[in-house]
Design a protein around this ligand. Structure first.
Ligand code: SAH
Ligand code: SF4
Length: 397
């Protein structure tokens, strides 16, 4: 089924499959389903309403709280029922194509969907926490000029199962089942991998609901951050229906510069974006909105830019913090990272304006896992392949 995500405004929605891909063996994957959907699926297979409700509740607990992928471990479900379930259903995980570890401990996984699309997730361990950077789409339609993901040609929305599947795979890898309140390695989630999460709103929302459910993956909404490049018409719904922390990719303070860096700015300008931030439900001084700002040499890093940033954030009375991201280079990028002194000066000006402005330490650069470096190896290879072929005169154009 091709479901189209309707986004109000002059945005072309991405016509992509959102329903889970059918498996060759005809069994249906339970990953990513809500309690209600599980109940419906069991009823469709012939369980009476009372049974379907009970079994759905039990399955849900085993899947999201215990991390089970095998029905035989489900001790509170009658043994005789295990083969019945296994004939009809599986509890899947994304396929891992490649797993890499950076010399700073950052880990990156290249994942593949059943219909052959590649996407990535990154785990960033720190002294006091561990953050999983989750993808919402294969590629991205938004072509921000400094971002490698934006140069991927192929775009497909990930399903809720593929999104929550990333978190579950990380839990598998870290050995963190069942969900527990203390001593976790995976403590935080950022929707900052490939893709624009607000262009895949429903699947992102459904996946994060499973993540936040106390009997599911049980991660608090305060430990989850959704980053958007500024899809203004979806921001209020994100606040109401998901309610996680908001990060906004600002990157420029004038129309001219932001139009170039984040082309979506031509549709939803800076002032409109900041007004939507001011209205974001739940934003207050304890829960501030993060403004991401990539540091690009000679493009957006002057003293005037820093002062203008402070002025804008103050004008809208935003409970804000600024996250300065040193630009992570990728082959063919048209930008350079600002010098460390420039970044420090910029940070100080914002800080003197009363807004905290830490500089984000780049992580996993050696394995292309840092912000904006994500682009699947498969696509890199095919481009390298194309270049070789072109050099050898095998293809034209
Ligand atoms: N699409 C969403 C979330 C994913 S990108 C968004 O744009 O907000 C996560 C962050 O990394 C964004 O702030 C993005 O602008 C930034 N980023 C992209 N490319 C980068 C690069 N090459 N160097 C540093 N940060 C980059
Ligand atoms: Fe897409 Fe975000 Fe990259 Fe822009 S910065 S192209 S919105 S992933």
């Amino acid at each position: 089924m091709n479901a189209v995500m309707p986004i109000p405004g002059h945005i072309d929605p991405v016509p992509v499959p959102r329903e889970p891909v059918l498996r060759a063996d005809g069994r249906r994957d339970l990953l990513g389903r809500s309690r209600e959907t599980l109940r419906e699926m069991l009823a469709e297979e012939g369980l009476d309403p009372k049974q379907a409700k009970l079994r759905a509740k039990q399955l849900w607990h085993w899947i999201y709280n215990r991390g089970a992928t095998d029905f035989t471990v489900m001790t509170d479900i009658a043994k005789a029922m295990h083969p019945w379930l296994a004939e009809r259903f599986v509890i899947g995980r994304p396929d891992v194509v490649e797993a890499q570890v950076s010399n700073d401990g950052t880990r990156k996984w290249l994942l593949r969907s059943p219909d052959g699309h590649d996407y990535e997730m990154v785990f960033i361990p720190d002294a006091d926490r561990g953050t999983l950077c989750v993808s919402s789409q294969v590629g991205c339609t938004l072509t921000c000029s400094f971002c490698h993901t934006g140069t991927m040609r192929l775009v497909r929305n990930l399903t809720a199962g593929e999104i929550v599947g990333q978190v579950m795979l990380a839990r598998d890898a870290l050995g963190e089942w069942p969900s527990q309140p203390d001593g976790r390695l995976l403590t935080n989630i950022v929707m900052m991998g490939m893709g624009e999460p607000l262009y895949n709103f429903e699947s992102v929302r459904d996946a994060l609901k499973l993540v936040m459910d106390g009997d599911g993956l049980a991660l608090s909404k305060r430990r989850i951050t959704l980053s958007t490049s500024g899809v203004v018409p979806m921001m209020a719904r994100a606040g109401e229906e998901i309610g996680v922390n908001l990060a906004v990719s600002l990157h420029g303070v004038t129309k001219e510069v932001r139009d170039e860096l984040v082309p979506l700015n031509r549709k939803y300008g800076i002032e409109e974006l900041l007004a939507a931030c001011a209205d974001y439900p739940g934003a207050n001084n304890a829960r501030r909105i993060t403004f991401e700002y990539v540091m690009l040499k000679g493009r957006n890093d002057s003293d005037e830019d820093a002062h203008e940033l402070v002025r804008l954030l103050r004008k809208y009375k935003l409970p804000a913090k600024v996250n300065l991201i040193p630009f992570n280079p990728w082959p063919g990028a048209a930008y350079e990272c600002s010098d460390p002194d420039r970044i420090r000066r910029f940070s100080n000006i914002v800080f003197e304006g009363g807004i905290s402005a830490p500089v984000r330490t780049p992580r996993g650069r050696d394995i292309d896992a840092a912000c904006g470096q994500l682009k699947t190896a498969a696509e890199k290879k095919s481009r390298a392949q194309r270049d070789r072929e072109a050099a050898e005169g095998l293809t034209q154009g």
